[in-house]
Ligand binder design. Structure first.
Ligand SMILES: [Zn+2]
Length: 83
């Protein structure tokens, strides 16, 4: 179930590119669709993920993990600002 640990992060989570045909808007989003917003609501092209959502959650599996992914503060965010 768990692959051997490597020095690199095995599963970097990136925003998937949603196929145009799968994209949902406010009008086409269904109850079972993942409502993860993609893009800027103020800009045309904004859409929702539209994948099958996980029961009991508003997002699909991938975006559920995104939503609960702890934001890891970088160890040294602004090294140049110190001193
Ligand atoms: Zn999704």
């Amino acid at each position: 179930m768990f692959p051997n640990k490597t020095s690199t992060d095995p599963t970097p989570l990136q925003d998937p590119v949603i196929p145009v045909g799968q994209r949902k808007t406010m009008e086409t989003l269904m109850a079972d669709d993942c409502r993860w917003p993609i893009g800027d609501p103020q800009v045309s092209g904004f859409h929702f993920c539209g994948s099958r959502k996980v029961d009991g959650h508003p997002y699909c599996d991938l975006h559920l993990r995104r939503a609960f992914q702890p934001s890891k503060p970088r160890a040294v965010a602004y090294p140049n600002l110190v001193s």
